[in-house]
Design a protein around this ligand. Structure first.
Ligand code: AMP
Length: 394
């Protein structure tokens, strides 16, 4: 059993919350405050109930080195704006000064600690580091779904030092949404996968062959399956080390006819090639060409299949959507998922790139559940235990 923050008496207590405020920063400006906003329900609950709040998060990959470009200070400013109140900030997570600031907090006040990953002990799950972090709180709450698939000091090591520990409302909501997707999705249930990396998605496909009605594969990952089918994929990206596994999945899905691959592609000689892209069908991609988006036939076929769905899970773009020339597939599928959501389907989207695509097309608010964790959601959906939630089991 994992306790929810709502089961604790938090009045006047120091609540140490692991949040996920790993947001994109450009020249010190927060480019997307989605994750900060997603953390607000737990923080506001703590304020309302008279707790003293200490927030800790990582941002980017500073590799154990203090780097002003990855400071959480701009995040603190956004948080202060959103909450319309001042926030105390410490330039170090475990210094005496930082602990003093925590000890001086009054009920309803917030203390934000600097980027956890300025110390390598965070990702190494260092014992002394987690012990020193734990000194900030009477109760430990994890609300960071985005890192729940990692075993770090602030989400796993630290839990040993608390009798009173649990999860916040965001993590609770993420777990509920994904667990109900696995246990009782409303049918028909269609999964749409894309992106470049196939290794993180194969276990999910294998498992969902039994759960989903159709699994649509687009993006760069489709080419590993196509090569496993013996098709010529030209210069398209492919993970040769996973061909055997892809073959096994294709074989397993054959009778039920569940896996749907693209029929055609928008191709070019390279991503930087300035020439007009050329369309190829999936049987004869030119030798020197690489598939960079799905073609019109594939878009229409995928849309057709999705039209019947009552539940849709989407993770990964259909092509290199960052480039206007190769965004059509991702844009069309994203907009179609939104249309279906408006008509009553449940849509769940995970993965940083799918979230960026939704933001690019200004349709993020129209999805039923946009997850804050791409990697964590893939792990959970693949049937793996998340170390951070396992550490909170009582
Ligand atoms: P992932 O992290 O696995 O979800 O991959 C996301 C990335 O996949 C995005 O940055 C896309 O540009 C990239 N991508 C999607 N389709 C393709 C493709 N056909 N070839 C190369 N990269 C792709």
């Amino acid at each position: 059993m994992i306790k929810s923050i709502s089961s604790f008496d938090i009045k006047n207590k120091r609540i140490l919350i692991r949040v996920d405020m790993n947001v994109p920063l450009e020249n010190g400006i927060v480019e997307d405050n989605f994750r900060i906003k997603a953390s607000l329900p737990t923080i506001k609950y703590c304020i309302k109930n008279g707790a003293k709040i200490i927030l800790m998060s990582h941002l980017g990959r500073p590799n154990g080195v203090v780097n002003d470009k990855m400071s959480l200070m701009p995040v603190g400013e956004i948080l202060a704006d959103l909450l319309e109140m001042p926030i105390k900030f410490s330039h170090d997570c475990i210094s005496e000064d930082a602990h003093d600031v925590t000890l001086g907090l009054k009920s309803g006040e917030i203390h934000l600690l600097e980027n956890l990953r300025f110390s390598n002990d965070e990702i190494k799950n260092g014992k002394d580091f987690s012990f020193a972090l734990a000194k900030h709180g009477d109760i430990y709450i994890n609300d960071a779904f985005g890192t729940a698939h990692r075993s770090h000091a602030s989400n796993v090591g630290i839990t040993k030092h608390f009798t009173h520990k649990g999860i916040g409302f965001l993590l609770e909501k993420e777990l509920q949404n994904f667990n109900s997707l696995i246990r009782k999705p409303q049918k028909p249930f269609v999964v749409v996968l894309g992106g470049a990396k196939i290794d993180t998605k194969l276990a999910l496909i294998d498992r969902f062959l039994n759960i989903a009605d159709k699994i649509i594969i687009g993006g760069g990952m489709a080419f590993t399956f196509m090569k496993a089918q013996g098709k010529d994929i030209g210069n398209s990206i492919c993970d040769d080390s996973l061909l055997k596994e892809a073959e096994h999945i294709l074989e397993k899905s054959k009778n039920a006819n569940k896996l749907v691959l693209p029929k055609d592609f928008i191709c070019n000689r390279s991503l930087d090639d300035k020439s007009e892209p050329i369309e190829f069908d999936n049987k004869n991609i030119g030798k020197d060409f690489m598939g960079l988006d799905i073609g019109l036939q594939s878009i229409n076929r995928f849309k057709d299949i999705l039209s019947n769905a009552q539940t849709i899970l989407w993770n990964g773009p259909m092509g290199v959507f960052e480039d206007k020339k190769y965004e059509n597939g991702t844009k069309a599928i994203a907009n179609h998922i939104v249309d279906l959501t408006e008509k009553g389907a449940i849509s769940i989207v995970g993965g940083g790139d799918s979230a960026s695509a939704l933001k690019k097309y200004d349709i993020r608010e129209k999805i039923t559940h946009l997850s804050t964790g791409g990697g964590a959601s893939l792990e959970l959906l693949s049937g793996n235990t998340l170390p951070a939630t396992y550490a909170l089991e009582l």
